[in-house]
Design a protein around this ligand. Structure first.
Ligand code: FES
Length: 111
């Protein structure tokens, strides 16, 4: 079974977590199932960016993002090359290391 390592996040999982995932599950589902309450304002329909995460390891094992996901990601706070919307990124058979950004768009300060 693939594992997901969630790096420590100050409020969602202060100690970080290592959890088991099932192939085909989204990163968000795995997190929620394990009590890591990543925001998901659009109920996983790829219409917001609150579930943004950065896949530090195993990024290439994920199915490629769709154009719609990429468009949404462009609006995410703290976008990186390995950013994904966690509700859209499905686990395969490889382990992942996932960082939940410090802010989501709901909290980001206006610049
Ligand atoms: S919950 Fe809105 S895009 Fe993932």
């Amino acid at each position: 079974m693939p594992k997901i390592v969630f790096l420590p996040h100050s409020t969602l999982c202060p100690e970080g977590a290592v959890v088991e995932a099932t192939e085909g599950e989204s990163i968000l589902d795995v997190a929620l199932r394990n009590g890591i309450e990543i925001e998901h304002a659009c109920e996983m329909s790829c219409a917001c960016t609150t579930c943004h995460c950065v896949v530090r390891e195993g990024f290439d094992s994920l199915e490629e993002s769709t154009e719609l996901e990429d468009d949404m990601l462009d609006k995410a706070w703290g976008l990186e090359a390995e950013s994904r919307l966690s509700c859209q990124a499905k686990v395969t058979d490889e382990d992942l290391v996932v960082e939940i950004p410090k802010y989501s768009i709901n909290h980001a300060r206006e610049h």
